[in-house]
Design a protein around this ligand. Structure first.
Ligand SMILES: C[S@@+](CC[C@H](N)C(=O)[O-])C[C@H]1O[C@@H](n2cnc3c(N)ncnc32)[C@H](O)[C@@H]1O
Length: 176
């Protein structure tokens, strides 16, 4: 495979290999899991809605969706940068949220905000292909495995009912 072909993906870390942090959720996934009340990180122009209300970086006096008031069932596919843990922490604090991130399961941030706080995880069979901000589907898949992270019973139920191909893991904290 050529280097050019490799670079079509989103890169090997939480951020995109080309420096891009905006990768839109495949709309078929939103249709399967929704409807959602709020997407706290989706700035215009938006080729489609992911929730009843969206926040961009301009909300909360310019502090952005991370610092605005959240409500209802939240959909959160945060910017693909090193701050993803802050968004997951907010999802956990909110308690009613479904998040989509790369499955960097070994990292300290993943342990802090997912393994220690989430109610269930869904690992996809295969890799997702995301969309560009103009709605165009990317030429290659995301370049890393994605995982849905459920905070709260409703979010877990949405995954269970969605009919997605993959494996739902309930995080039961049972004493052994
Ligand atoms: C990975 S994209 C996901 C978009 C959308 N949530 C989705 O699921 O398709 C991240 C989005 O967060 C927006 N964003 C970046 N910083 C933000 C902030 N501080 N507050 C709100 N949105 C932000 C970006 O402009 C982009 O639209």
């Amino acid at each position: 495979m050529s280097q050019a072909t490799l670079n079509l993906g989103m890169g090997g870390h939480q951020n995109a290999g080309n420096g891009e942090t905006v990768w839109l959720t495949p709309p078929s996934l939103i249709r399967a899991l929704g409807p959602f009340d709020l997407d706290p990180c989706f700035s215009p122009p938006r080729p489609w809605a992911t929730a009843g209300e969206h926040y961009g970086p301009d909300v909360a006096g310019g502090l952005g969706g991370l610092h605005a008031e959240w409500f209802g069932l939240v959909w959160c596919n945060p910017p693909y940068d090193r701050h993803f843990g802050r968004w997951l922490e907010r999802c956990a604090d909110h308690g009613r949220a479904l998040a989509l991130v790369f499955a960097r399961t070994e990292t300290a941030e993943f342990h802090r905000t997912v393994w220690n706080r989430a109610d269930a995880l869904f690992f996809f069979e295969g890799r997702l292909t995301f969309h560009h901000p103009n709605g165009q589907k990317a030429a290659a898949n995301g370049g890393a495995p994605s995982v849905l992270v459920a905070y709260g019973r409703e979010a877990v139920q949405r995954i269970a009912a969605a009919g997605l191909r993959g494996r739902l893991i309930h995080l039961q904290r049972v004493a052994v």
